[in-house]
Design a protein around this ligand. Structure first.
Ligand code: MG
Length: 382
């Protein structure tokens, strides 16, 4: 059970809900970080009184310093600040809920400092899974999933005596706003349509990732690392209602599912209270109101990103880093209206096909591949 936490990315959707959980359970807060949201962070600092606060942007950090000069909170900026927040002395757990690969270095820093990780940043494992899982084992640190699908698998696995008894993991996917669309129909979808997710309210990056199904591709890779499962044993089913958050299948073909209303507070809280269960301010699941649960096959041909992620794992080495970096850059280009929706899939697929794939030795080899993929995406848009 977490008693003291450092939250990397405290002003986003996961971060603010995590603070609600901390408030309800009396978890103390050692560090809070954000990109540039001075107003929200100041409010959070005044309530939770962390020792450290970080704004990645220097000018924003300077403004914050002036505003909270009456408090004892130390204000830092940049990656250095993030790493110091990740290693905050009193914290036993670090929640990483930043967006994108920027989470990798501070996560490794937190592991080095012996902190347990509540992981909401899937890009960390997608790019650096081999390094992160190895380091966590060496440091005897636990990684608790916050992503709803992985929390579901983790919950289903409680009581599983041996992973050898597992047939497969079955990740559910809502299918996003464009489920059932043809490639032709996808070509003309707008930013506004893509940002309109049917079931979950999330940040922009992950909402676009859900619309392209890149999100599910990243989650397959995340599951591979978290649960040490071969990629062939991780399946995806479309489940429009987002009530079953994922399932596991045992060798006797018995399937265990985890269900609940689609509210991230459940997986966030479980990652912080594990192995305890505590009351949580979310709606109860009323299956009679839901009525029907449906499950369909995903369309791997139309949703190229999903296919590209699977292929990247087969290619190995830096291929998943390339897929992720190309996607991060492509999503930004799409949100800036510089490329079309279907360009995202073409860019991700192109990056793992056209760019050289290397072995991963260290963080530098990951950063190098990530940079090449981002440049690839930008040159595609010109
Ligand atoms: Mg998810």
């Amino acid at each position: 059970m977490t008693e003291n936490i450092s939250i990397l990315g405290s002003t986003g959707s996961i971060g603010t809900q995590a603070l609600e959980v901390c408030r309800a359970l009396g978890i103390r807060v050692s560090a809070l970080t954000a990109n540039s949201s001075v107003d929200i962070l100041e409010k959070q600092i005044r309530e939770f009184k962390p020792e450290i606060a970080v704004l990645t942007e220097e000018s924003a950090a300077n403004e914050l310093k002036g505003r909270i000069s009456d408090l004892g909170t130390k204000v830092l900026c940049g990656m250095e600040g993030l790493c110091e927040a990740a290693a905050a002395k009193q914290a036993d757990t670090v929640l990483t809920s930043v967006v994108g690969m920027v989470g990798l270095t501070p996560t490794l820093e937190a592991i080095n400092a012996g902190k347990n990780i509540a992981l909401a940043n899937k890009e960390t494992l997608v790019t650096g899974g081999s390094l992160v899982m190895k380091r966590a084992k060496e440091k005897n640190v636990k990684i608790y999933p916050v992503d709803s699908e992985h929390s579901a698998v983790f919950q289903c696995l409680q009581g599983c005596p041996d992973k050898k008894m597992l047939n497969r993991l079955i990740l559910t996917a809502s299918g996003g706003p464009f489920y059932g669309y043809s490639s032709e129909q996808l070509k003309s979808v707008t930013v506004e349509q893509a940002l309109n997710h049917p079931n979950w309210s999330m940040g922009n990056k992950i909402t676009i990732d859900s619309a392209t199904m890149m999100n599910k591709g990243l989650e397959i890779i995340e599951a591979k690392w978290l649960f040490d499962m071969p990629i062939e044993k991780i399946d995806v089913v479309i489940h429009r209602e987002s009530v079953v958050h994922s399932m596991i299948e045992y060798t006797d073909n018995s399937v265990i599912a985890q269900m609940g209303v689609p509210d991230m507070k459940i997986p966030i809280q479980y990652a912080l209270t594990y192995p305890q269960r505590m009351s949580c301010p979310v709606e109860k699941l009323d299956l009679t109101k839901v009525g029907t649960l449906s499950f369909m096959k995903p369309d791997y041909d139309t949703f190229k990103c999903l296919n590209a992620c699977k292929r990247s794992m087969k290619l190995g080495g830096t291929a998943p880093v390339l897929a992720n970096g190309a996607n991060e850059a492509a999503v930004k280009l799409f949100l800036d209206r510089k490329i079309s929706f279907t360009d995202i899939g073409d860019i991700v697929w192109g990056a793992i096909t056209d760019l050289p794939i290397e072995d991963i030795f260290d963080v530098d080899s990951i950063i190098k591949a990530d940079k090449a993929a981002r440049e690839y995406a930008v040159s595609y848009s010109r």
